[in-house]
Write a protein that binds this ligand. Structure first.
Ligand code: 2AM
Ligand code: CA
Length: 263
């Protein structure tokens, strides 16, 4: 398997899909809700996923595809080559803000991450990695993350975890917010992961993410030394929803041990 050839192919289809999404703003979006009233999907999410599936099947019909919109095959193992795709991560941003949404893709072989992509569609910025070879922000190599103290950290966290909620002890979260230098919330998990791997954020935590939100990002994370796990400190399951933390290596254990208490 020629990873460089697959990497070039992946970049080509991501750029092409990005162009199609940018052009879609000239006509009407059809917005529907999924699991809850705030879980949005549009015709463009579906069309983009279908575009990727068609292109990948043309490239190699034996490659399987796990996509957020469920238009690939039903996947219950990661055997062989599998593409894990979120055609639009941050659909609410896409619909409401027309910015801050990502295409994100991970390419795995037998469950091992080989290629990872996070593409900021409106900025036309690509974060990507080839396992074992490095990670890039467009054409510039991403450097290994440097250690820092928790008081200097800027972290990505959603405000809903700082108020009473059924998943984590919010008092501990308040302590975390008080301790760090600053907090941010961007509404796209892939964007926050892209910021952690490039040192623009020092950690990002979420109580519930899906495989396609993080599959591309964790390939990039490995190349720069960012640590990505679930709240048990184990590998995120790529076949089901899970808790998620990605952090600078000097902060991962500190945040998990001192500030995250699951209910
Ligand atoms: P999406 O836009 O692709 O749905 C926003 O809070 C982040 O969480 C986005 O990355 C969003 O991805 C993801 N997200 C939203 N609802 C989710 C759900 N029910 N399960 C898992 N991830 C979700
Ligand atoms: Ca999505």
């Amino acid at each position: 398997m020629d990873l460089h050839q697959i990497d070039q192919f992946a970049k080509d289809i991501i750029y092409e899909a990005g162009k199609r999404i940018r052009n879609s703003f000239s006509y009407d979006l059809v917005v529907e809700t999924k699991s809850d009233p705030n879980d949005l999907v549009t015709n463009i999410d579906r069309e983009t996923e279908l575009f990727f599936i068609e292109k990948i099947k043309e490239f190699d019909k034996n490659h399987r595809i796990l996509g957020e919109e469920g238009m690939g095959e039903k996947i219950d193992s990661l055997e062989g080559p599998v593409w894990i795709i979120d055609p639009i991560d941050g659909t609410m941003n896409f619909v409401k803000q027309h910015r801050h949404f990502m295409i994100t893709i991970g390419f795995y072989v037998d469950g091992v991450g080989k290629l990872g992509y996070i593409y900021d569609v409106m900025r036309e910025d690509l974060f990507h990695a080839i396992a074992g070879e490095g990670a890039w922000y467009n054409d510039s190599p991403l450097r290994k993350l440097k250690p820092l103290s928790i008081n200097e950290a800027v972290i990505g966290i959603n405000a809903s975890w700082i108020i009473p909620n059924r998943r984590v002890n919010h008092e501990k979260m308040i302590e975390l917010v008080r301790t760090v230098r600053g907090t941010r919330s961007y509404g796209s998990a892939a964007m926050e992961i892209a910021f952690v791997v490039s040192g623009k954020l020092d950690a990002y935590i979420s109580m519930r993410l899906s495989p396609w939100d993080i599959a591309g990002g964790i390939v990039i994370a490995k190349e720069v030394g960012a640590i990505a796990t679930n709240f048990e400190g184990n590998q995120f399951s790529l076949l089901s929803n899970d808790t998620f933390i990605i952090a600078n290596p000097s902060l991962h254990q500190i945040i998990l041990n001192n500030y995250i208490e699951e209910k």
